[in-house]
Write a protein that binds this ligand. Structure first.
Ligand SMILES: Nc1ncnc2c1ncn2[C@@H]1O[C@H](COP(=O)(O)OP(=O)(O)OP(=O)(O)O)[C@@H](O)[C@H]1O
Length: 268
């Protein structure tokens, strides 16, 4: 059981940070996302699960602006972001990490984070001279690396660090854009058990201390049940069940439609 969920579960009266109504995306005859409505509350961690083809990736593509929905609305922080281009959504505070590593292998770990900090800042610090601007970017990048226990790797070339560390650097790059809503795409895929534990501890501590709301797609049920305050189960594009880990684990439709009869898969 996720003990943090009792503290961070959405409270009555709290405004959602993300409010989705009747969201659909069709590809010809296929409804990849089919009339999904959902509220996500500040500082909760919501896992999105479902079998292959359930619509998880398409759902992320709609939220991050990579695809425009066929119908429905997406409100983020009380602003309508439906169909907005990805760069504008990212500027508003929605950031997405990808399953595939997208950091620069030839640069050091620190430089990778500095690039992200600089890109986020744009020209907002034009008034500073170059030296102090660089120093501030470096300080912020160092701070992020420390937060993720990556300081020891700051001067290593990103191409030579372990796969698990690369994924953590990627999370640092995502956080450098100062998001409020973070979309994590299979954050522990391909990781060793130790690396998986590190990522889980990191997400838990960021969710507990920081001003972050996480959506997490993940196939590893131990990770899902270990991290999530609530779980959305998708099936054939539709919202099948939304509830606490306990509710989802006990729900007969989840076992039938998603997990089949393989009970051990849902019991972490
Ligand atoms: N660009 C596209 N063109 C046509 N069909 C698509 C496209 N993208 C997704 N689909 C279809 O939409 C459905 C949902 O796919 P999606 O990739 O969103 O599912 P998923 O839950 O992310 O699956 P997985 O766990 O395998 O990544 C599938 O039937 C898929 O074939």
């Amino acid at each position: 059981m996720n003990t943090a969920s009792a503290v961070r579960a959405p409270r009555g009266g709290q405004s959602p940070i993300l409010s989705i109504k009747g969201l659909s995306k069709r590809f010809g005859g296929v409804a990849a996302v089919d009339d999904v409505s959902l509220d996500v509350f500040p500082r909760e961690t919501l896992a999105i699960i479902g079998p292959n083809g359930a619509g998880k990736t398409t759902f992320y593509n709609l939220l991050s602006g990579r695809m425009k929905p066929t119908s429905g609305t997406i409100m983020f922080d009380e602003r309508d972001i439906t169909g907005m281009p990805a760069h504008r959504i990212s500027r508003l505070g929605v950031s997405r990490s990808f399953q595939i590593n997208n950091i620069f292998n030839e640069m050091t770990v620190l430089e990778n984070v500095e690039v992200a900090v600089t890109a986020y800042r744009g020209d907002s610090r034009r008034w500073l001279n170059l030296a102090s601007r660089n120093r501030r970017v470096r300080d912020e990048a160092f701070e992020l690396l420390a937060r993720l226990s990556l300081s020891g790797l700051a001067d290593r070339r990103a191409g030579v660090i372990s796969y698990g560390d690369k994924r953590l650097v990627e999370i640092a790059v995502v956080l450098a854009t100062r998001p409020h809503l973070v979309l994590l795409d299979e954050p522990t895929a391909g990781m060793t058990p130790d690396e998986t534990q590190r990522v889980m501890a990191l997400v838990r501590s960021l969710a507990a201390d920081g001003d972050y709301t996480f959506l997490v797609t993940e196939h590893d049920m131990q990770v899902v049940f270990g991290l999530a305050d609530r779980i959305l189960v998708m099936h054939r594009g539709r919202r099948l069940v939304l509830g606490s880990p306990q509710e989802v684990r006990a729900h007969p439709d989840v076992r039938k439609a998603y997990l089949g009869d393989e009970d051990e898969e849902i019991a972490p």
